[in-house]
Structure formats: C-alpha cells, structure tokens
Ligand binder design. Structure first.
Ligand code: FPP
Length: 238
C-alpha cells in the first residue's frame, strides 16, 4: 500500500443533524446530540492519524435565527461538551480554540468563560488543534478584520499601502492557522454557507450525502482517499 498523504488541515461543515433526526422520528436536538458524539470520534481519530488542524462549523452567526428551543439545546450541548473536556483536560493532548465573534453579547457569558478557560488550559499541549467555529460567519470575520485594520490605520500603527495578503490574514480569527487542505460537507448540500471564504480559496472540496451523525472514521478515510487522488496546482500549470 502506498503511503497516503494526510491533509494538514481539515475543515468540516457538519450538516444534516436535523434530517437525521427527522428520518428517525426524533426531535432535532437529538440529531445535534448524536452529531456531537460523531464529532468526538472524529476528533480522536483525526488526532491519531496526524491531522494538525481540525476546524468544524459548530454554530454560525445565522444559526441564532433558529427556533429558541433548538438554539438553547445547542448551547446546552456546547456547555456540556466544554464541561466534559475541562474534566479530562489532563488526559487529552489536543489544543482547543474558537474562531468566531466570541465577544458578542448573544453568547451567554458563562459559556464564553468556559471557552476561554479550555483554550487557556490546552494552549501548551502538543497534539492536534481543534478549532470550533462558534458564532462564526465568514463575512462577519472579514468585516471585523477590516474594522481592526481601520482602527490601526487611524492610530498610525499601519499604513494603508503596507497591506498585503499575509498581513490581512493576520487580522482574521484564523491568525497562525494554515489554510485548510480539505473541506468536507456532509448531507448532500453543495455550498460553503459563509464558512471560511478567505481561507478556502485553494482548498479541495469533498461533498458527501452522508448525514453528519452517521459520519464515521471510515467516512473520513474515504474523504482523505479522494483528497489523495486530487492534483493541487494552486493556480500554476503542471
Ligand atoms: C447542521 O445540521 C448542524 C448544526 C447547525 C450544528 C452542528 C453542531 C453539532 C454537530 C454539535 C455541536 C458541537 C459541539 C462541539 C458540542 P442541521 O441542523 O442544519 O441539519 P439539517 O440541515 O438536516 O436540518
């Protein structure tokens, strides 16, 4: 068997929890709960096979528009996930990080405190970085970056003509994170839905009809195999 190339950074849109639940006659929040279980297995496996960065779209800036019961259910799931991770923080080796507008008033302050605590407690670990896109929207991220840039220009810390792609990237939430090599979206939808628009420019896309709660390590292997069959040229000719 030839060595397969493990993508350094995998990004995932975990879609289809609602449909998975509907198919089984269960409430939507049960789909999200099962989706969290699927995610936990994917995190361990990705870390084991040598992925350096895993970024998942957990909650978008648009998801606040969902019914209150569903939003509350999701917040509870995040809260429980953080509690569980904080409890086993000495055993695990991956580094936890959130991208998104963490300081928005919409986010319950207790949840924000737990996120900051887990980020802080895992910052010196040596395993995979697990980035959770939470209250994340790609356009929102770019606008927030522009506002920071304008402030730095106003304060004389930056001149407009110094701006270049690398410098712009450093104003994004993904500062110091390499761009994703592979982006996976489950549930059969073929779009990127405001997920990492700046960072996905040269990323390989993999779409599968598998619903997120059914996404197993085998499904991840399939996506990585497909990634291995692609030729990446980054705009150059062969
Ligand atoms: C999309 O499915 C999924 C979400 C909006 C939430 C994703 C969250 C999780 C998988 C679990 C939370 C993660 C952590 C870290 C605790 P959908 O509801 O849009 O599905 P549908 O399109 O079938 O309705």
């Amino acid at each position: 068997m030839t060595e397969r190339n493990i993508p350094r950074h995998i990004a995932i849109i975990m879609d289809g929890n609602g449909r998975w639940a509907k198919e089984k006659g269960l409430p939507r929040n049960e789909g999200h709960r099962r989706g969290t279980k699927a995610l936990e297995k994917i995190i361990s496996y990705a870390d084991k096979i040598g992925v350096e960065h895993l970024t998942v779209y957990a909650f978008s800036t648009e998801n606040w528009k969902r019914p209150q019961e569903e939003v509350e259910g999701l917040m509870k799931l995040f809260d429980r996930y953080l509690d569980k991770e904080l409890k086993k923080v000495d055993k695990d080796n991956h580094r936890f990080n959130v991208i998104g507008d963490l300081y928005s008033n919409d986010i319950p302050s207790k949840l924000r405190e737990k996120i900051l605590l887990l980020q802080n407690k895992t910052k010196d670990k040596s395993g995979m970085y697990f980035h959770m896109a939470f209250n994340y929207g790609g356009r929102d991220e770019i606008l927030r970056a522009c506002k920071k840039i304008m402030k730095d220009v106003e304060e004389g810390k930056l001149k407009g003509d110094e701006m270049n792609e690398d410098l712009f990237s450093s104003y994004l939430d993904t500062i110091n994170i390499p761009d994703p090599d592979l982006m996976i979206r489950t549930s059969g939808e073929i779009r990127t839905s405001n997920f990492l628009p700046w960072q996905l420019t040269y990323t390989e896309f993999y779409f599968t009809s598998c619903l997120w709660p059914d996404f197993t390590t085998k499904e991840l292997d399939k996506a990585i195999d497909e990634f291995n069959s692609r030729k990446r040229r980054f705009g150059k000719s062969e």
